[in-house]
Each structure stands twice: as structure tokens, then as C-alpha cells.
Design a protein around this ligand. Structure first.
Ligand code: UT7
Length: 323
């Protein structure tokens, strides 16, 4: 029997404040119709003044630990994916570590923008497989509202704030029918860094900066790269798309998600969709979608999940997980 990572429980958190498309249309030259037709987004959640990425992450982590039946003392690894940390350092993960009463092990941040959760999941999975940890907290948490140029209609309508978390535990299993992470697949291509970036940072400008994006170019690459990585994940496990019970995609744009589902010949009723209510929450979107579908009973123990994401860098990745 091979050592593998089991999904013990998920959690998520959204800030209370909801910002609608109609409210945005009062700030920039846009309409509810345009936003919904082009992206599927109806609203997004926005962190309150003073509410930090770590605050969102702690709520999600506590919910995930409660679902998994563990406490902070049981966790020996935190991998927190974020592109919007509280501070340049220390890591947001160490802030979460202190808050949940985890005093041993290791906690660190990981940065792969919108693919961050898949990258964090792969990292924690490899730590567990290598025998270097027993229980890992994998978190995606973002406050993208803090890095949006609220005068740029091409980007400010697309993003929201939130956090999601998953507790992984070391277990054993063999083959695609046994529970746990079957495989993870990561890619990046730095030649495309200028397609989606933040125009500030501690070393480059000594400012925080704003998100900048060539939306149409990112869209094209997202559809192509996600199709490829999804096929790679299935082939690596000798599976066909019809084996997947739920597609849990990164929630950037309903049209990108529908494109990936079409490629897999999957009906949209097997796709977890939250982009309409959450918008793009970057590294938080996959665990937010996962947790929603677990809690409302759509995802059941034994279901095969395909998680996928694509983001700045470019970065992209996928994972097959038997829940
Ligand atoms: O999570 C990380 C990955 N990010 C993504 O996956 C985002 C990928 N990109 C997208 O989702 C889409 O490209 C967008 C939603 C960003 C844009 O949709 P699009 O269909 O690619 O539109 P476009 O950029 O080609 O713009 C079409 C028109 C332009 O006007 P002109 O040049 O045709 O006159 C834009 O100026 O829509 C205009 N436009 C808007 N109009 C109203 C751009 N933003 C807005 C807006 N409201 N908010």
C-alpha cells in the first residue's frame, strides 16, 4: 500500500459585504448586463476595512479543522496560497499558525496567484507522501480588493475576496478507487508574466501596486492550458472524463469553465459554479467551490473530483482527488 493524502475536511469563509454589479456601474463605465454576459459574475464579497487575508484564512481554517475533527495541535504543516499577504513578511501562514494554536511543524506561504491552491495542494501532498508530515492545512486566501484599480473597468469588476481550506491527513491507498489525492500536475511559463501582473512590489517599486491584465490573451491561454492539463491528469491515472463526478474549477469566468467542461464532454450540472456569487477570488476560488459543494451535499464521500486552475505567471495545474 502506498502512502497518500486523504481529504479529511473542508472549510471556507466570505466577508459579509456584498458588492453588486449595479453598485460597480455607479463607479465605472460598465453595466450589469455586460459583466454577466462576459463573465457570469453577479456580485462579489469585499473584505471590511481592517479585515486582512489572515482573518479570512483563520475562519476558513477553523471551519475545515472542525469538519475534519482535528485541532491546531494536530496540524504539522500549513501551506497557504496567496498573492495578497497581510504583509511582505512574516508569512500569512505563520499568523494563521499562531491563531489556531499550532506550535510545532512548519507554516509557509506559496505564491502562484489563481493557481495557488492547486500548487499548495501539490506541495502538501508531496510532503505527506514523503513522510515529512502527517496532517496538513492547505489554504487559499485572498483580498484582491486591495490590489484592484477601481477605475479600470477591465479588471475591477472581475475579482472578489474570500478564503477556503482543506485538511489533508496521511493515509494509505492503492489505485484510482481508493480515497485520497490520486495525482497533481503543475505547470508554469514565465514568458507570459506581462499578461497578468501587479505593477508594484517591495523590490520593484516599494509600493503595493495594482493588478494589470490583458484579459483577452489570458482568456485564450486559460482555455488551452486548462484543456491540456485536465487531459494530462486523466491520462496519468488511466481514466476517461466520464469517471469524474465533479469538476471543481478555478472561478475566473463562466465561459472559461464552460469551455473546460465542453472539452471533457461534461454536463454543466456536474460542474461546481460559484463565479456568479464570488467572482474570481484567485487562490481561494477552488477551495471555496469545493467547500460549498461538500456542505450542500453535492460532493459525497467516494466521488472523484477534478480540480483545475490557471493564473498569472502563467501558472496552471490540476489534481484528481477521490473525496
Ligand atoms: O484568474 C486569472 C485568470 N484570469 C482570467 O481568466 C480572466 C480571463 N479573461 C476574461 O475573463 C475576459 O477576457 C474578460 C472578462 C476580462 C473580458 O472579456 P472579453 O470578452 O475578452 O472582452 P474584451 O477584453 O475583448 O473587451 C471587449 C470590449 C472592449 O471594448 P472594445 O475595445 O471592443 O470597444 C472593452 O473595452 O468590452 C470592453 N470592456 C467593458 N465594457 C463594459 C471591458 N471591460 C468592460 C466592462 N464593462 N467592465
Amino acid at each position: 500500500m502506498a502512502r497518500r493524502s486523504l481529504a479529511l475536511g473542508s472549510g471556507s469563509y466570505l466577508p459579509a459585504r456584498i458588492l453588486t454589479n449595479a453598485e460597480l456601474a455607479e463607479r465605472v463605465d460598465t453595466t450589469d448586463e455586460w459583466i454577466q454576459a462576459r463573465t457570469g459574475i453577479k456580485q462579489r464579497h469585499i473584505a471590511a476595512a481592517g479585515e486582512k487575508t489572515s482573518d479570512l484564512a483563520i475562519h476558513a481554517a477553523n471551519a475545515a479543522m472542525a469538519a475534519a475533527g482535528v485541532t491546531g495541535a494536530d496540524i504539522d504543516l500549513i501551506v497557504l496560497a496567496t498573492a495578497t499577504p497581510d504583509n511582505t513578511f512574516p508569512s500569512t501562514a505563520t499568523t494563521v499558525q499562531a491563531a489556531i494554536g499550532m506550535h510545532g511543524g512548519a507554516a509557509f506561504d506559496l505564491q502562484a496567484v489563481c493557481s495557488g491552491f492547486i500548487f499548495a495542494l501539490a506541495t502538501a501532498d508531496n510532503f505527506i507522501r514523503a513522510g515529512q508530515c502527517q496532517k496538513a492545512l492547505v489554504i487559499g486566501a485572498e483580498t484582491f480588493s486591495r490590489i484592484l484599480d477601481w477605475e479600470d473597468r477591465g479588471t475591477c469588476v472581475l475579482f472578489g475576496d474570500g478564503a477556503g481550506a482543506l485538511v489533508l491527513g496521511a493515509g494509505e491507498g492503492e489505485g484510482v478507487d481508493a480515497p485520497g489525492i490520486l495525482s497533481t500536475h503543475l505547470h508554469s511559463d514565465g514568458r507570459y508574466r506581462d499578461m497578468l501582473y501587479v505593477d508594484g512590489g517591495p523590490s520593484a517599486t516599494q509600493t503595493v501596486g495594482y493588478l494589470r491584465m490583458e484579459g483577452r490573451e489570458v482568456f485564450k491561454h486559460a482555455v488551452a492550458n486548462l484543456s491540456n492539463v485536465v487531459i494530462e491528469a486523466l491520462e496519468a491515472n488511466g481514466l476517461e472524463a466520464d469517471a469524474i463526478d465533479w469538476l471543481v474549477p478555478h472561478q475566473a469566468n463562466q465561459r472559461i469553465i464552460a469551455g473546460a467542461a465542453k472539452k471533457l464532454k461534461m454536463n454543466l450540472d456536474r460542474v461546481v459554479m460559484t463565479v456568479d456569487r464570488h467572482a474570481n477570488t484567485s487562490a481561494a476560488s477552488v477551495p471555496l467551490a469545493l467547500d460549498e459543494a461538500v456542505r450542500d451535499g453535492r460532493i459525497k464521500r467516494g466521488d472523484l473530483l477534478l480540480l483545475e486552475a490557471m493564473g498569472g505567471g502563467f501558472t496552471w495545474g490540476a489534481s484528481l482527488l477521490r473525496w
